[in-house]
Design a protein around this ligand. Sequence first.
Ligand code: AMP
Ligand code: ZN
Length: 467
Amino acid sequence: MIRFFNTLSGKLEPFHPITQGKVKLYTCGPTVYDHAHIGNFRAYMFEDLLKRFLVFMGYTVTHVMNITDVDDKTINGAHAEGVSLQDFTKKYIDSFYKDMDTLKITRADHYPKATEHIPEMARMIKGLLDKGYAYEKDGSIYFSIAKFPDYGRLSKINLDELKPGERIESDEYEKDSVNDFALWKHKKEGEPFWETEVGSGRPGWHIECSVMSSKYLGETFDIHCGGTDNIFPHHENEIAQSEAYFGKKFVNYWLHCRHLIVDGEKMSKSKGNYYTMRDLLKKNIDPSVLRFLLISTHYRKMLNFTFEALDQANASLQRIKDFLFELNNHPFKEGESKAVSKIIEKTQKNFTDGLSDDLNISVALRALFDMIREVNSLIAEEKIFSQDAENLQRFIHSLDSVLAVLPEEKEELLPADIMRKIEERENARKEKNYTRADAIRDELLEHGIVLEDTKDGVRWKRVKTKR
Ligand code: AMP
Ligand code: ZN
């Protein structure tokens, strides 16, 4: 049985999708006014782990992620650069897709953009006006939270602060601003605007998610995710809009990840601890190591990003790669043992039980590393056979359909000691110690590794020799 911690109830709950075997998932996407930072990727990575796990468990997942391409921040950014909103957001949308691919985050089924759903948003706002949940003031339209008694259920916000009729204009606001929020903003000089049935202007930020989730997933769907900063006001407002408009429950399970911080501090541009993917790639960080680091802390725990933590992630990942290399290259005797199928069965159970328990990744990874340790001892005792090695490789690749941290099967793996040698030779070359560099090259050749120096750096290939 799968259980998730539902922010709405504040409890762990058994997971039952509305339609058996199918999951409808909505995750709040990027506001495309800048390159996404690794904090955003923590959220997208947790959502990817959730989705990959559900698929691993046999569910068909329909996933929608919105792209906020019109709001206060994108409008200000386009203004500052003197370009159109579309030209401004396009480069960040492209960079977002590129980074998601680099991190092997599986694509959603739909990435609806706010600017492509303006008439639908106007229709919902009109409906909210007709039903008496919204009111107009100076050409802008606000949601009256006093009309929606369930307001605050998700965020447990203190409604004593409620000041009926007080309005908030900006898209994002502080924790204690329990005010009526903008559904539609009146046309302003110098801002993009649309002519709609509720007047000329532009939408507030929250309405797009209510409109686009219902369009692609239905009026009630299974899971909605985001970072904890989304709980209030954004998700609270989504619930108010959707439930007031459709008169039904909006979402059954709300899952939120805690934030990523850097060196124990909040990420901020001014502190210089703000990293985008391109910042890290410039530092030659391996994306699969970053992926391993981002998934390996439970999503409801704070994740502290440090370069030491990246080194540790690299070491852990290398242990899995070394193990696969051993399975691929050790001269195993023909045959199969009973012990290995038992180990695989146990690991599969522990891995699945771990992730079924509100995505407890620590338990799942422990299962994998326990298996590696156990099998390594059996290899040392010559108790593993060729068929076992094949079964183990296939099994690890099946677990990797959830983790997605290993190279594609066609890419070859090098064990850590060989990688270190290549690095050592690079350093020797940099120091112009060519005698040492050549000695290492010969040593590697004995292991069947041929090095080629290209203008993009050193490349290696394997030639047939005995190791
Ligand atoms: P935004 O582009 O700010 O709307 O954020 C996109 C997603 O990233 C949302 O789900 C946020 O909750 C999430 N997010 C933003 N900052 C962080 C952070 N430091 N750690 C984890 N998630 C974050
Ligand atoms: Zn949203």
